[in-house]
Ligand binder design. Structure first.
Ligand code: F6P
Length: 256
């Protein structure tokens, strides 16, 4: 569109798309970190990107976070019926505040577009014993299987240290992450500047091997301070679609 060309956004989109070999990049004007309006635009663009890859009988795994919450807010029912589609949380999410938990977002999205949803009522971070007993519970097993077989994953991206704080990780773990050069966190995994996974959380739900099998991986994140994190996740190489903002995009392109 003309507006995008005036702002030079189309140019940013194309540079990022080719640099990381993505199918599609959408850049909205502004900085979502400082402007609530831009954050809403990011959500709107994310909602559009999600609907564009949905076919009518999909399982969509969604992560938590404030950005995904905005995506949910902006979903509107598409022309095709999504009655046969399911929204599921990518992982357990108890631990974050309710509004930004993956369960809340998955059910919110499903209700907005007339799809079904299933929830995973387990903490995001599990100890070994809890994991072992929960993974064998038949109800949990069913939903976990559904999550791991999702055709579409839509997820947020966070700065590694910021997420370590938000999740109240132990000091020793934070230090380890720092030493390993962790820059990004996404779907429970921490990535360094080369897109190498340096740490993972023991969690029920989506694993890296599932992400590698999914048809569409859609990442949504904006704000200048997330540029390094977005770069790290893109380097991992599983992303298909990136929805971001101008502030992050400019910073990413500067470093190319
Ligand atoms: O905790 C869920 C999650 O999607 C993380 O994987 C990600 O790092 C973070 O939220 C992004 O949160 P926000 O959109 O609030 O920056």
């Amino acid at each position: 569109p003309v507006v995008k060309e005036i702002f030079g956004l189309a140019n940013l989109e194309e540079k990022i798309r080719t640099a990381y070999g993505l199918c599609k990049v959408v850049v909205v004007p502004g900085d979502s970190e400082t402007s609530p309006l831009t954050k809403k635009e990011l959500g709107r663009a994310g909602a559009k990107a999600l609907l564009s890859v949905m076919s009518g009988n999909d399982v969509v795994a969604v992560t938590g976070g404030t950005t995904l919450a905005e995506v949910a807010e902006h979903l509107t029912p598409p022309n095709v019926s999504l009655k046969q589609s399911w929204f599921v949380p990518a992982r357990g999410g108890l631990g974050e505040s309710l509004e930004i938990q993956a369960n809340t977002i998955a059910s919110g999205m499903a209700k907005r577009v007339g799809a079904g949803y299933r929830l995973l009522h387990v903490p995001d971070l599990l100890g070994k014993e809890a994991y072992e007993s929960l993974v064998h519970d038949p109800n949990i097993h069913d939903i976990v299987e559904m999550i791991r077989g999702a055709r579409i994953v839509i997820h947020g991206i966070g700065d590694a240290m910021e997420m370590a704080r938000r999740r109240k990780l132990e000091d020793s773990v934070v230090e380890e992450l720092q030493n390993q050069g962790a820059l990004a966190e996404s779907y429970g995994y921490y990535f360094d500047n080369n897109g190498v996974v340096v740490h993972k959380m023991l969690t029920l739900g989506l694993r890296l091997e599932d992400i590698m099998r999914t048809d569409h991986v859609v990442g949504i994140a904006g704000g200048k301070s997330k540029a390094k994190a977005i770069h790290a996740v893109l380097k991992f190489g599983q992303e298909d679609v990136l929805v971001t903002d101008e502030a992050a995009a400019e910073e990413i392109v500067r470093e190319l």
